[in-house]
Design a protein around this ligand. Structure first.
Ligand code: GRF
Length: 231
């Protein structure tokens, strides 16, 4: 490893987080950052909803927040307007990594292809199964024995970019969509910081993985790297 790489590894990974809701995953990152457990700096949070509790979490941690939900006239922002403002904000913050953590708007190919840093998304299913919404309900209806969550590189095709990591659980007979969601969220809270640690340490090199379509160094098992947790 070159000297400059080694120096880079000591700098915290600058992260921008996009949210739409409660922000429990954001909170895990804030807590890990504040505890010194993750080598990251959360440089800003963008919310597309003004009522997202994630905004309060970010402000409590004195992290800059951009709420991009409505235009001055009070009308809800269209996706193009959102993307224009989000691009400008991200360019100002200069993140090394953009994390979609419970971000619920579909972004355009143009935006995705032009972000100033690689972008990852947390998805509540074992991709490539159950792309899109209502993943827990659909997994139960299909009689799945295993379920979980995935972190993947965001590409223009919805939930279809290279899957980096997954956390798995066993579906119980008595599970409902709600109970599964609760259990999967506990997995998310471990999978997200673990994955970001692997990125920050250079174990997962997103640029190389994107360029080589899901290949990774030969000393690692094939992607996705999997965590099996008891929840
Ligand atoms: C997560 O369950 C994620 O899988 C889904 O939205 C939820 C976000 O939760 N896409 P939170 O806002 O981080 O609490």
């Amino acid at each position: 490893m070159s000297d400059s790489n080694e120096k880079d590894n000591h700098k915290p990974l600058r992260i921008a987080v996009l949210v739409s809701g409660s922000g429990s995953n954001l909170q895990v990152l804030i807590d890990a950052m504040q505890a010194g457990a993750l080598p990251i700096e959360i440089v800003g949070v963008i919310s597309n909803r003004e009522d997202a509790y994630a905004i309060t979490r970010a402000k409590d941690a004195t992290i800059p927040v951009a709420v991009l939900s409505h235009v001055a006239s009070g009308k809800r922002m269209g996706i193009k307007t959102f993307e224009t403002h989000a691009s400008a904000q991200l360019t100002t913050w200069q993140p090394d990594l953009i994390v979609l953590a419970g971000f619920m708007r579909v972004l355009s190919a143009e935006f995705i292809d032009n972000t100033p840093a690689p972008m990852i998304n947390l998805h509540p299913a074992l991709l490539p199964a159950y792309k899109g919404l209502d993943t827990h309900q659909r997994a139960i209806q299909a009689g799945e024995r295993q379920h979980g969550c995935s972190i993947h590189i965001v590409t223009a095709e919805l939930d279809a970019g290279a899957v980096l990591t997954q956390a798995l659980l066993e579906v119980h007979q008595k599970d409902t969509a709600d109970s599964l969601q609760t259990r999967v969220q506990k997995l998310e809270h471990q999978l997200l910081p673990w994955t970001i640690l692997l990125i920050a340490k250079g174990v997962l090199d997103l640029k190389t993985i994107s360029a080589q379509t899901a290949s990774n160094p030969t000393y690692l098992p094939a992607l996705p790297l999997k965590l099996w947790l008891n929840h």
